[in-house]
Design a protein around this ligand. Structure first.
Ligand SMILES: *Cc1c(COP(=O)(O)O)cnc(C)c1O
Length: 438
């Protein structure tokens, strides 16, 4: 199998003005050194000429949101129909990025506000996002962290990373650390090895995850050396980011195979993008290619409210329509969870088509993917146990070592027997404020 095709070879020659051996093309450092950041290079390589007026508008866009495309990812663009090409649309700037909607925000997920230590976003009780890099090999035009792209001031140095690790060490409820960025695989193997070792030594950390788009935009980053290093750090999970079946090339497959063969469970997070993958058939074809390559579709994201993304957003109904076409129609493990990441930092909220149509005190009425309506008869007698969270005294067997769990919060708290709360009230509720006055 040759992963260096004629098209790529001629592209490589145009890039460096000389013969380029396959070993250069597949060298990730070579790819990074030759990333396409200038409009003129893009035009020359694709053999296209943009209209001068359009070029000026794109130049303005680039001043705000820089461009960087690996030669490999560029080589996937279909030159005959580049404007509709899903790779082109994900990688090439569009003047519509300068349009700012009234609902747009620079940090819609409040990642900076929920940051107790450098690079750490601590949103959920038991896990953190740890930004160990702010650079990527390819700048996705739909990036939710666009505010940081190309911002050289926020490249975390070793001391900052050390401070993040210190926070994790001092926070015993963290059992899952998600390395993110930027792309963590932009770091050298050595630095990544050091970070994974440091975090791995923290007793309360049970799993580490890496979120990376390298298998999609620069699969040659997945070298034997990298994989050899990663597999010393199990349990390690990797989530990658394919958005379109066209991205599943032989090079991408080879990279995924190396990771999967090293025993690393692989997941995929896609973003629903207008003009790229807002189509049931595209998403279904994508998830099938993913599972064929041992990647479990994990999340399908509704596009965030970050600045400059309005042209990529779809109505939520498009996502529901896609979920409707997957659930029941294909293997359960091919179906991702469709989520909206709540603006303001509320975290990911799963949304699904509605399957429960009605219920009575002993029956639930449901519909399936075919539209068949069915009933589920509930048990007449269910020996409901009062739960005071004293697991040691319960006849269900859970021998917790510490006997302690994290506190109950939110809706779980309302449901819990052991908690007195009967309602959740928003802050600054006027009715409550009147009460306090009395
Ligand atoms: C997505 C995310 C996580 C991980 O969430 P999972 O649902 O466990 O994958 C953790 N922290 C932050 C801030 C996130 O955005």
């Amino acid at each position: 199998m040759s992963i260096y095709c004629n098209d790529q070879q001629s592209l490589a020659e145009k890039i460096s003005d000389k013969d380029v051996a396959a070993s250069k093309w597949t060298d990730w450092h070579w790819q990074l050194r030759h990333s396409i950041t200038r409009l003129e290079t893009f035009e020359r390589l694709l053999g296209i000429e943009l209209d001068p007026k359009e070029k000026r508008r794109i130049d303005m866009t680039l001043k705000k949101f820089p461009m960087s495309i690996t030669p490999y990812y560029l080589s996937l663009i279909d030159r005959a129909d580049y404007r509709n090409d899903p790779v082109y649309r994900q990688a090439f700037p569009d003047p519509q990025e300068l349009v700012i909607d009234s609902c747009d925000m620079t940090d819609p997920l409040a990642e900076d506000r929920d940051s107790p230590a450098p690079g750490i976003t601590h949103r959920y009780p038991d896990r953190v996002l740890f930004h160990v890099s702010n650079v990527c090999s390819m700048y996705c035009r739909f990036c939710t962290r666009k505010r940081k792209v190309g911002d050289v001031d926020s490249i975390p140095d070793r001391n900052q990373i050390r401070a993040g690790i210190e926070y994790i060490r001092n926070t015993p409820e963290i059992r899952d650390v998600l390395l993110s960025g930027g792309d963590p695989l932009m770091l050298s193997d050595g630095l990544l090895d050091w970070i994974l070792t440091e975090i791995g030594q923290i007793e309360h950390v049970q799993v580490i995850r890496i979120g990376t788009r390298m298998p999609v935009v620069l699969p040659y980053r997945i070298t034997d050396e990298l994989v050899g290093m990663l597999k010393k750090h199990h349990p390690l999970w990797i989530n990658t980011h394919f958005n379109h079946p066209r991205e599943m090339t032989s090079s991408a497959k080879a990279a995924l195979k190396k990771l999967a063969d090293a025993g690393i469970p692989l997941g995929n997070q896609s973003v629903l993008l207008a003009g790229v993958n807002d189509c049931q058939r595209i998403v279904k074809s994508l998830v099938h290619k993913l599972v064929e390559n041992r990647v479990r579709p994990y999340y399908l994201y509704q596009c965030d409210l970050s600045e400059g993304l309005s042209h990529f957003r779809t109505p939520v109904g498009k996502g529901i329509e896609i979920m409707e076409s997957l659930i029941g129609h294909t293997s359960g493990f091919s179906v991702p969870t469709y989520v909206i990441d709540a603006p303001g930092g509320g975290g990911k909220i799963p949304i699904n088509p509605t399957y429960m149509i009605s219920l009575s005190t002993n029956k639930v009425v449901l519909r399936n993917y075919e539209g068949v309506i069915t009933t589920y008869q509930e048990p007449d007698s269910y020996n409901r146990k009062f739960c005071d969270r004293n697991c040691g005294a319960c006849d269900l067997q859970l021998k917790l070592e510490e006997g302690q769990e994290t506190d109950v919060t939110g809706i779980e708290m309302l449901l819990a027997d052991c908690h007195e709360a009967i309602s959740l009230t928003p802050e600054e509720n006027q009715r409550m404020e009147r009460r306090d006055d009395n």
